[in-house]
Design a protein around this ligand. Structure first.
Ligand code: DX5
Ligand code: ZN
Length: 224
């Protein structure tokens, strides 16, 4: 199975969002990464449920919602109602991650857990039997276009190894700085899904060619 790409709309043209999304869908992309930032957990503010709600009316693709916010438990219902499919929160923001995972699942959504580059995977081990996905940050969250931190690579491999020993086959997604130079390493380490913002929406090649290039570069190694 080849690696999946979840384009981060943070780097798309917000005045033309649905056009950018449809251009990706023409390339058989059916997951979109929605970066939600609150100016507290991260030093930037991005988008909220109203954008998800508008997009939901225009696309059937999966909305892979990445909450970089404090008190994520207060916003789960809003995003569920707006049409998110996957909701991922940060382990650094909650006291009771298992409770929040249950809350997300009770709303019939897929629950993901994320960890910052400085957070060791030991922190999320108690959640691994319950989550649909683990989002490994390969930059400090807050902005698109940052440099990939290779400290994330051993985390991906460790998670893959851990997964082989348990029943819950969670997906491993990596987020931040994925581009033509780094996708091969992420793929080799064992990522199932890569988030790609700048390298899909802001390259000199355009959306179609960029997706093709990312796929080509990951296909050579994925699964090996
Ligand atoms: C970072 C976000 C990422 C970001 C990825 O805080 O969580 O999803 O948009 O952008 P690139 O691919 O440009 O690093
Ligand atoms: Zn993200």
């Amino acid at each position: 199975m080849s690696i999946e790409i979840s384009p981060s709309i943070l780097s798309a043209d917000f005045a033309n969002l649905i056009n950018d999304i449809e251009e990706c869908e023409k390339e058989n992309i059916n997951i979109f990464h929605i970066d939600v930032m609150d100016g507290h957990f991260v030093p930037n503010i991005s988008i909220g449920p109203v954008v998800v709600e508008s997009l939901r009316k225009k696309t059937k693709s999966v909305m892979d919602t990445h909450l970089m916010i404090t008190n994520p438990e207060d916003y789960i219902e809003s995003f569920a109602k707006a049409g998110s499919d996957w909701i991922t929160f940060h382990i650094e923001t909650v006291k009771n991650p298992l409770g929040l995972i249950k809350k997300i699942k009770d709303l019939n959504l897929k629950a993901g857990i994320s960890l910052n580059p400085a957070t060791p995977i030991e922190k999320i081990i108690p959640c691994l039997d319950e989550v649909f996905l683990v989002l490994v940050m390969s930059v400090n969250p807050g902005f698109g276009g940052q440099k990939f931190m290779s400290i994330s690579l051993p985390k991906i491999s460790k998670l893959k190894e851990y997964r082989s020993k348990i029943d819950n086959k969670f997906k491993i997604e990596v987020d931040g700085g994925i581009n033509f130079d780094t996708i091969t390493d992420a793929s080799k380490a064992g990522a199932d899904i890569v988030v790609a913002g700048s390298s899909v929406f802001r390259t000199e090649f355009g959306i179609k060619k960029s997706i093709e290039k990312l796929r080509e570069l990951s296909a050579t190694v994925h699964g090996s």
